[in-house]
Write a protein that binds this ligand. Sequence first.
Ligand code: SF4
Length: 276
Amino acid sequence: MAEKKRLLQILDLIKMLPRTNCKECGYPTCMAFATHVLREGVIPGKCPYSESEDLAFIEQSLVDQGADSAYPEHLFSARKFVQGKIKDYDFSLDADKIGARLVDDKDGPYLIVNLCERLYRVDKEQVAPLDGGEHDLWEHILLYNYVAEAGGRALTGNWVPMESLPGSLAKRKVFVSGCEEKIATAYSGHPELLRKALKELKADFPDLESNAEVAAVFYPLPKIPFQLLFWDADLEDGFSAQVKILFDETVLDYLDIESLVFLGENCAQRFEGLRS
Ligand code: SF4
């Protein structure tokens, strides 16, 4: 997976629209139109009042955020594919296995899943954070994959590095640069801030028999613990700060390797946000 770029957000898009809610695009409001452009692949040019340079910028941003592919349609079809995996899924059977909360109300059933201490609603039609904030297609794909895998063996408490996981050869480098190095860089010289950030993520600090300066366990997804080890920079000896993430040996029962890499990138972004 290529490095994830900052995605165009709904507010960015709204600022470029006339905000008259004239409905000529077929949507009741400019907000609804912007949401469908970003979440459903609606063509931005359907608003006849957009400035041509704004349209060009929006389209280029959507192309840029395609990551591995040139066009966002790739992401939309990827989401449709993983969404299809849970088409016949019985939420009530597997919610417990993945640590999700089952809700069965007038809109239900659906699942509430905790991703990096942010709660998301996952149903067969959509994924959305309960706080109503920004979210993106990568998160949709990640959460649908997590739900679709439907768990497996109980966690064993045996920690393993990514390089020992089957199929990780091509992914290890991306995980190091997109997750471990980013966290290490953000907290170099500030282990106390890393501990603070980990507490925000409800981490435990068990005695892990490690010489790391910070050693913690947190759960970016309910059944996927990360053991984070941090060694601060040693300027005298010329060592830069390092982070190592270990996984429970059952991790691939809960998420495929590609999604696991993205989960690491998502965590790194969260840590960077908590640092600033
Ligand atoms: S056509 Fe443009 S201005 Fe009118 S509602 Fe749609 S997005 Fe807003």
